[in-house]
Design a protein around this ligand. Structure first.
Ligand code: ATP
Ligand code: MG
Length: 253
């Protein structure tokens, strides 16, 4: 039987009158790469924020290793959060800290590790993302691709069991996107972590995913291997995978 690290059951969330998630169900396999696709504004980032406990649903369950983080007390929630590393859509590096201190930040903030130990670990993760030598630079002094890599280094420095990537390749040129995709695959294999990736990019999705799930209208309407998705007959899925703006989804729908 497949081993799922996260099980999401009947998750619903509305903001005011806007229903963003509607009784959504999704299981995330352990130590695999799951890519969540769906159109802009569909609720992908909202879903991710629920999984790390930054947003509370109106109803439903999110089981992380069997623990429901929706009803968990503060202490349990904090312990569960330690399992996660997150690469935010905006990157979210601190402008006033150099790369080494940005990447080491979670360890300075949440552990009692000595600075020299932290910088050793910073050196290791910067090596993993190919950023050795940029330690002393500030975010404004490096390229967008390098900033993504620095954010990735920061997301993995605490040795998380689950890494979430919100649009890791958005705003990057095709070559840099490919570099980031290869890094995700590499890091997943090296660290045996569970990766949850949100993507707009179909080519990249098919390249890195073990499992693909498509969010539409507040639900997961299709899921499976890349092969399963290619063979899916749902017109919304086909339209999305073919990247067409015309089809069953009207503009502004
Ligand atoms: N904190 C919030 N308060 C009110 N509305 C919100 C909040 N967060 C998100 N929304 C709304 O929920 C919907 C889904 O947003 P979300 O950011 O999850 O989309 P997305 O699928 O990640 O889109 P994109 O691909 O453009 O990043 C949007 O209409 C957004 O305006
Ligand atoms: Mg988003």
């Amino acid at each position: 039987m497949e081993d799922f690290i996260i099980k999401i059951k009947n998750l619903s969330k509305r903001f005011g009158t806007q229903e963003v998630l509607r009784e959504l169900n999704l299981d995330i396999p352990r130590a695999k790469i799951t890519v969540i696709i769906g159109r802009s504004g569909g609720g992908k980032s909202v879903l991710l924020k629920h999984i790390i406990g930054l947003l509370k649903p109106d109803s439903g369950q999110i089981l992380v290793d069997g623990v429901d983080i929706v009803t968990a007390d503060e202490k349990t929630l904090n312990n569960t959060r330690k399992k996660f590393g997150m690469l935010f859509q905006e990157g979210a590096l601190f402008d006033s800290l150099n790369i080494a201190d940005n990447v080491g930040f979670p360890l300075f903030e949440h552990t009692k590790m000595a600075p020299n130990e932290i910088y050793e670990r910073v050196d290791y993760v910067l090596g993993l993302v190919g950023l050795r030598g940029a330690e002393k630079k500030y975010p404004s002094e490096i390229s967008g691709g390098m900033r993504k890599r620095a954010s990735l280094a920061r997301a993995i420095i605490s040795n998380p069991e689950v890494i979430m990537f919100d649009e890791p390749t958005s705003g990057l040129d095709p070559i840099m996107s490919d570099v980031i995709d290869n890094l995700i695959v590499d890091i997943q294999e090296k660290l045996k972590v569970t990766c949850i990736v949100i993507s707009h990019d179909i080519k990249s999705t098919f390249k890195i995913a073990h499992k693909v799930a498509m969010l539409y209208n507040g639900k997961i309407i299709a899921e499976g291997s890349p092969e399963d998705m290619r063979n899916n007959d749902n017109p919304y899925v086909k339209q999305f995978l073919e990247g067409k703006s015309k089809g069953p989804i009207a503009v502004g729908d």
